[in-house]
Design a protein around this ligand. Structure first.
Ligand code: FES
Length: 159
């Protein structure tokens, strides 16, 4: 089913070791979130609970920061990260058709990861290459003037 890829088991010992130096320091929240996400890959609820407790914050305070910054994610990420631009220039040049194709063929929507853990999809606003629209990136590499067929063949190269 779309967007319900297997949750990974979190290594709580590793997590506690990452958090320990910041015990009782609520001002270190963003730094801790970065470190934990870089290490574990995402910030599910159970991880946020652990961080909140250690830093002396409420879960809602941690959650509000996690949900505010697009850099943070609560879902496991795929091996390859796709960003599809749906800014105005890309939108009028056909980004919606590409998104539709991704949703149909990969079975995911923006913010999801495929069941096999291969791809994560994020729809973004302007990648700064409007003249080349529609634009997508895969693992940070930009691809311009993409059409639905081309988008799918680009993805196959990353498999
Ligand atoms: S609108 Fe897509 S790159 Fe600017």
């Amino acid at each position: 089913m779309a967007g319900c890829c297997q949750e990974k088991t979190i290594d709580m010992e590793k997590l506690d070791a990452l958090i320990k130096p910041y015990q009782g320091q609520p001002s270190a929240l963003i730094e801790v979130l970065h470190k934990v996400q870089d290490s574990i890959g995402y910030l599910p609820r159970e991880v946020q609970v652990r961080i909140a407790k250690a830093l002396g914050l409420s879960l809602s305070e941690v959650f509000s920061v996690v949900s505010f910054y697009t850099r943070f994610t609560t879902k496991p990420q795929g091996k390859h990260k796709i960003c599809l631009c749906k800014g105005t220039a890309c939108y009028v040049k056909g980004a919606p058709e590409i998104l539709e194709r991704f949703e149909k063929e990969l079975g995911i929507e923006s913010g999801d990861t495929t069941d096999d853990g291969m791809y994560s999809l994020e729809v973004v606003r302007c990648l700064g290459a409007c003249g080349l629209g529609p634009v997508m990136t895969v693992d940070g590499t930009a691809h311009g003037m993409v059409k639905p067929d081309k988008a799918m063949s680009i993805l196959k190269k990353y498999k």
